[in-house]
Design a protein around this ligand. Structure first.
Ligand SMILES: Nc1ncnc2c1ncn2[C@@H]1O[C@H](COP(=O)(O)OP(=O)(O)O)[C@@H](O)[C@H]1O
Ligand SMILES: [Mg+2]
Length: 247
């Protein structure tokens, strides 16, 4: 089982959109997938029409295997299960602060489903916290959506610096360009400059901006189910392919 985090220390960059569409893409390709929504806003559960979890409301998320696995729900798609979030997930750092080995709790919890899935995708909230340190530790790959603008480049740099300062393996970090608008000069210039600067830390794929992705909230389904032959759908397909090659 491989653990893949969709993570950025910045909000609104496409973490949830990529988690949802990659989960769907990998499941369609025959991988057994669990999408684990770690963001209290519960957006990925919403996109898959799964209700917020009522069971996982305290630190037993990290300690009670039975509780954790019984909160997993099926989705409308073969091979794809969802662990929905709820508002108490905003207190993850409080729960973790009371525990020993507070940085390896998520890894331990996910071990309980090791045999059941090929890939676990984590849809993460946007911060650098004890929960994110758990994510960094448990994940085999950390997918970081980067909108090619100055502020996103800065947050990507901050993340790499955090890994350096804390002796974490930077090779886990796989950035990819998200919501790219080819007609914007700033976007194409930033893409070129960042490719030069960060080399292998960036995947080849760039997911373009497409209003079809925004309509996922209306359809409550991955974009590939209602907008075939769309450029963003092709982007997510390539993202799945490149991710599998890099895992
Ligand atoms: N490729 C894309 N093209 C257009 N809109 C997008 C794309 N990816 C994400 N969005 C939209 O941008 C907003 C933020 O995306 P989201 O995935 O929720 O970000 P995050 O999880 O990083 O906060 C949402 O309204 C989403 O529909
Ligand atoms: Mg999100």
């Amino acid at each position: 089982m491989k653990i893949v985090a969709c993570y950025s220390n910045k909000g609104g960059v496409g973490k949830t959109a990529s988690a949802v569409n990659i989960a769907y893409g990998l499941a369609k390709a025959g991988q057994r997938v669990l999408l684990c929504d770690l963001d209290p806003q519960g957006a990925s559960g919403f996109y898959f029409r799964v209700k917020p979890s009522k069971k996982l409301t305290d630190e037993r998320f990290f300690t009670d295997v039975k509780r954790f696995t019984s909160a997993i729900r099926g989705s409308d798609f073969d091979n794809l299960d969802i662990l929905p979030a709820n508002m108490s997930f905003r207190d993850f750092d409080v729960f973790l602060s009371r525990m020993k080995n507070s940085r390896s709790r998520l890894k331990k919890a996910l071990k309980s489903v090791d045999k059941d899935y090929d890939v676990v995708l984590l849809d993460c909230p946007p911060n650098i916290s004890t929960l994110s340190e758990n994510v960094f530790k448990s994940a085999d790959a950390i997918l970081v959506p980067v909108i090619p603008t100055t502020l996103s480049e800065r947050t990507f740099e901050q993340l790499l610096a955090f890994f350096d300062e804390n002796g974490l393996p930077k090779k886990k970090i796989l950035g990819f360009f998200s919501m790219v608008q080819g007609t914007k000069k700033l976007h194409s210039e930033t893409v070129a400059a960042m490719r030069k600067e960060y080399g292998k830390r960036l995947l080849d794929v760039a997911v373009p901006f497409s209003s079809e992705v925004e309509k996922m909230g209306v359809h409550r389904a991955p974009v590939g189910t209602f907008a075939r032959n769309n450029a963003a759908v092709k982007g997510y397909d390539l993202l799945c392919k490149e991710l599998l090659e890099r895992l």
